[in-house]
Write a protein that binds this ligand. Sequence first.
Ligand code: GLA
Length: 355
Amino acid sequence: MGWNSWNKFGCNIDEGLIEQTADAMVSSGMRDAGYRYVNIDDCWMAKTRDSLGNLQSDPIRFPHGIKAIADYVHGKGLKLGIYSSAGTKTCEGLPASLDHEVADANKFAEWGVDYLKYDNCNNEKRPAIPRYTAMSNALKATGRPIVFSLCEWGENKPWEWGKQAGGMLWRTTGDISDKWTSMIGILNRQVGLEKFSGPGGWNDPDMLEVGNGKMTFNEYIAHFSLWAILNAPLIAGNDLRTMSDTTRAILTNAAVIAVNQDWGGQQGSRLVNDTVTHTQVWVKPMRNGGRAVVLLNLGTTATSISVGTADLGLRPADKYQATDLWAHSIQEVHDVLHAGVPAHGAAMYVVRTGK
Ligand code: GLA
């Protein structure tokens, strides 16, 4: 869990933004809710390497260097992430790490970096596995624990080899944008990937757009609920310094985060895809035997969605207890869970055997 600069800021980043974001992560309660990584995406580096061939930060936007930011972020009880590409240049045309893996990994470790997002631009069509493995080996050789995030866009099915190549998470698709159709398109492409995700190596459907302004409140509730049930990395992508109380409440919903962090053996999967009513049901086993459920309305009018407790895989019982993770209410359920769900929205529950 963390934050990344790209979705909101693109290349418009500097050291003030990163440090203020770390401050906001603490003051907003996000750190206490579990968010830890403050990740700088593309555009932190200078246009050229230094005279020794090392990456260096942009002298105007990051004049104090990355180590100073790492020290600042660590001082807040947080961790620092950085970005490069397994190519000759980043997606924005800046120096990147292909054939410089050892030197760059050593710099990242020396600066105190805790996380590397490793992109796929300008890869010269060289095969993915050796490109990603080379950086993983270089990171490991530094001796510093650094989370290795493969941003390969799902091109070569990284869910099949990502863990072997040292990845701890791997993007499964191209980039998200702050639009309902983009978010739902990515969601539908997670179907079938459930079995590849788990402790030590996670499917990554890309960073959150919650709070960036182009989706509605209900759409953001759906986005956050779905990413939680997918056990997706929860990497906020909004401006934490100025977010509304509503956005903060979505990102820090403890019950939804608890579903995301629970490992009951499989990430959430799509149980129902009803193309007539435009509704879907997603379900995830919880460690304690309950089921997390997202009832998703893809349609443009409010509707009611139902699912049988047996279909959710719950063991037979007279009654169940369903906790509504957004309304914070508990109801007794017998054979069927029902909910009214707004247009482009979702309801989310944890259902367990009642007492
Ligand atoms: C690619 C990645 C994005 C972002 C940009 C930066 O598109 O998939 O997440 O890192 O590059 O240029």
